[in-house]
Design a protein around this ligand. Sequence first.
Ligand SMILES: [Zn+2]
Ligand SMILES: [Zn+2]
Length: 342
Amino acid sequence: MPELRHDPIQRQWVIIASERARRPSEFEVTVTQQSAEFCPFCPCNEDKTPPEIMAVRDGFSAPNSPGWSVRVVANKYPALRIEGDLDRAAEGLYDRMNGVGAHEIVIETPDHTRHIADQPQSHLAKVLRTYRDRLLDLQRDTRFLYVAIFRNYGESAGATLSHPHSQLIAMPIVPRVIEIELRSARDHYYQRERCLFCDLLRQERDAGSRIVVDNGDYIAYAPYAARSPFELILAPTRHQHDFAHITDDGTEKLAAILIETLHRLRSALNDPPFNFVIHSAPNIRSRSVWMQDFPYLADGYHWHIEIIPRLTKSAGFEWGTGFHINPTPPELAADYLRRVKY
Ligand SMILES: [Zn+2]
Ligand SMILES: [Zn+2]
């Protein structure tokens, strides 16, 4: 069973995934473990993954057989496990709990080589609805306080299998980056009774210098204090706190802006590795007392997607200080991305 351990000095939870235990020698070289000919996510290899949790099938075909267009399976090597109770306990000054959670893989397409930006809009919208539907289902489990949804593209961004896929991890804690966002949103709401993100998006639209794409319903912009070159945020212009509430029509428009944004990044930066992460509200149904701190969550928080091209490696300074040096001003990055031909 993986374990969650709390560092009382950094005030941070860490997953100790002992089942993934690696001997020192296994860290020495990073080679892609996937052989050229075999991919467990390709059609006809459905029996090589854990059984499917859900799948989008356009016609009739049996579960765990070809004919799907989007398929969700449990991760064979999960960071957290679905069974069991948290069993919170103290170990002297330290806190621990069982690594209870869910770790799912969303196989985005049967097509092994298709770049996410080359998906038809209607297909990417299906993938986004799959995220939403899984999120809604995982939120019914009151042990889960947060569900992270993310995508790694390219080996240096952490993708170990090249077949297009994204991941969901449901967890019994709120990640520190989300907690900081929630506290900022709460403070702003207490002072002004308005959503911090709505205020900020309005200001960015007025200024315009950091906007990359604006399709009315969503905007993609380079944040004022971007931590790394060409980092972008994509957000709905109308207030919505939880990604689980996105409508079918909303997924179509989000797919459109996501495709355009990723095309622009790909042209500008020669197909860079990247991560995207959905930042959404924690699970309101969670039984954790933690939620009591955020009574205005639905009015004060606003979901968004962070897109981070992996162009620089974090080194000692970033790791040691948590402080970033970004060589590309976000205004310049946005200007470049607006002009690029794609
Ligand atoms: Zn494949
Ligand atoms: Zn808002």
